[in-house]
Design a protein around this ligand. Structure first.
Ligand SMILES: Nc1nc2c(ncn2[C@@H]2O[C@H](COP(=O)(O)OP(=O)(O)O)[C@@H](O)[C@H]2O)c(=O)[nH]1
Ligand SMILES: [Mg+2]
Length: 193
């Protein structure tokens, strides 16, 4: 588990994306995939990031300092929420892209995917951004408690091949059963050095 997480700030406007922390790891993925739950579960604090009952409501970039700001986890607003207007989608896209461009402290991105679903076009678009800006990433398949272990390994293979990455780059996790916590924490230590 990670040492003490503290909420630092929320940013909703590009104009306010002017400063970044020395070491950031961002968490991205569609609305409701489990971004906030992952941050809470890694920090052992269920009240840290708001777990959304209304998907798509979190339109802000939320920063959480871990272990006295040794590094910062950045909860990015989710994509793929059908009820959001086109204007909001454009705003979302600009906010995310500006974040990726400007955050010189960004070391790594965790791209979350629901283990039961095939990656969407938006997931693929996100990976294209990351390749384009040369930002290293790891895929995390969430909600693994919903399916059996044998099903999990099949889904892991399927997600990896659909996205053209090695199976080792897909981590399995569950905020509910706490599966995958140690591997993800180890991954964090490896990417922040
Ligand atoms: N069963 C199960 N539910 C989860 C898991 N992670 C998140 N959820 C649920 O999925 C919903 C969305 O989670 P949230 O963390 O708010 O997703 P976000 O929109 O990506 O931040 C909530 O109802 C969570 O309780 C998980 O690992 N297992
Ligand atoms: Mg959230």
């Amino acid at each position: 588990m990670l040492k003490k997480g503290v909420f630092l700030k929320s940013v909703g406007d590009i104009d306010r994306l002017t400063e970044c922390y020395p070491i950031e790891i961002a968490v991205v993925g569609r609305s409701n995939v489990g971004k906030s739950s992952l941050i809470n579960f890694l920090c052992g604090n269920n009240k840290l990031a708001k777990v959304g009952k209304e998907p798509g409501k979190t339109r802000l970039i939320n920063y959480f300092g871990i272990d006295s700001n040794r590094f910062v986890l950045v909860d990015l607003p989710g994509y793929g929420f059908a009820k959001v207007s086109d204007a909001e989608k454009i705003k979302w896209g600009r906010l995310i892209e500006t974040y990726l461009q400007r955050s010189v402290g960004l070391k790594h991105v965790f791209v979350l995917l629901d283990v039961r679903r095939d990656p969407s076009e938006e997931d693929k678009q996100m990976l294209n951004y990351l390749y384009y800006y040369r930002i290293p990433f790891t895929l995390i398949a969430t909600k693994c408690d919903k399916i059996s272990r044998s099903e999990q390994s099949k889904r892991r293979q399927a997600i990896a091949s659909e996205l053209g990455v090695g199976v080792d780059n897909v981590y399995l996790c569950s905020a509910q059963s706490r599966q995958g916590a140690d591997e993800i924490c180890k991954r964090i230590e490896d990417v922040i050095v």
